[in-house]
Design a protein around this ligand. Structure first.
Ligand code: MTE
Length: 322
């Protein structure tokens, strides 16, 4: 396999250990050889957030949609959660090995009040609310799901992030007994994600604890996960055990795996193709009739949440910062 081919395996096909190892090798080689000029998203810092206030009416319009909802059945049986297998049906079929209670989250880094907090403490005083969000996967399918959760920013504020907190890093549980998929090197465990601080504080960013009025099923990221609706689905990290405020941009699993395919920002953008496929359209998992996928529809910039979030990226070249 050539160097370029090894770097261009779509997310759904990364199952084979030999391929995985070869790719990691090549990624390391690329990092050591910038002269090759295939560096993808550079490690340089993105421009600072513009910090424009949001219009409340526009903001609220992002909290719901009248679009047809995906059924609970489809949303809970067609999943990406590599800790429980790389096939779409694997996570829902996996034995229920995840112990979600008690659950603690370590919150630390650049903040005045770090600590290990139980899930109850983390959510204390915050009543979960329902938000019906679209989530669009980098692979080209999308769902419309009624989530239950609290705005992440409201929770983060309690830990009093300092002026050095420019980013927020998130980590999934790392335990092969509870997450048998971690016995395979399909990813460099634990799964990690990150957001710029203004993205994390944005009112649309949800710390979800449930969907369809119930607690999150194991396969959807129990007991708590992110939902960042204007970004490709992989930014919505599941089963979070650590949240860290950082000054430097944190490493994230897919970006580390193949930075030219999965950028740090990963805002849904039909104008920027994935290196191996177009991002112009998507297939909605609508859940009606016997077909899993509805007909193709155009993908919208920021997954249709541009009114709420485009100002976060004012002045940024979104081709460069993909
Ligand atoms: N979080 C962890 N820990 N592990 C994963 O494999 N997959 C991501 C994201 N969060 C993933 C994860 C990807 S690729 C997508 S598209 C969404 O979860 C899918 O969420 P869903 O299964 O609830 O639709």
């Amino acid at each position: 396999m050539s160097l370029r081919d090894a770097l261009r395996i779509p997310l759904r096909e990364i199952t084979d250990e030999a391929v995985y190892r070869e790719r990691r090798h090549l990624v390391a080689a690329l990092m050591a050889a910038p002269a090759l000029g295939i560096t993808g998203c550079s490690r340089a810092e993105a421009p600072p957030p513009p910090g424009k206030p949001l219009d409340p009416t526009r903001l609220k319009a992002g909290f719901g949609t009248r679009e047809e909802r995906t059924t609970f059945q489809d949303a809970s049986t067609y999943n990406n959660f590599y800790e429980f297998g790389t096939g779409k049906a694997d996570p829902s079929r996996a034995p229920k090995t995840l112990r979600t209670s008690p659950w603690t989250v370590a919150v630390g880094g650049a903040c005045a009040k770090p600590g290990r907090v139980s899930l109850d403490d983390l959510l204390r005083g915050q009543k979960p609310e329902e938000r019906v969000y679209r989530l669009r996967c980098v692979e080209g399918w999308s769902m419309v799901i009624p989530w239950l959760g609290v705005p992440l920013g409201e929770v983060l504020k309690r830990f009093q992030p300092s002026s050095k907190a420019k980013y927020v890093a998130f980590t999934t549980l790392n335990d092969r007994k509870q997450m048998p998929g971690q016995s395979y090197p399909s990813l460099d465990w634990p799964y990690r994600e990150g957001l710029r601080i203004d993205e994390a504080m944005h009112p649309l960013t949800l710390l979800a604890t449930g969907m369809y009025g119930k607690a999150l099923p194991q396969q959807n990221g129990a007991p708590l996960r992110l939902v960042v609706p204007w970004k490709y689905g992989f930014k919505s990290i599941k089963s979070i055990v650590a949240i860290t405020f950082t000054e430097k941009r944190p490493l994230t699993s897919w970006n580390e795996m193949a930075s030219d395919e999965y950028g740090f920002f990963s805002n849904v953008n039909p104008a920027v193709d994935h290196p191996r496929w177009s991002q112009k359209t998507e297939r909605r998992i609508a859940g009606t009739g016997s077909k899993l996928f509805a007909d193709r529809i155009p993908t919208r910039a920021f997954n249709g949440y541009g009114d709420q979030v485009a100002s976060l990226y004012a002045g940024m070249d979104l081709r460069k910062w993909y």
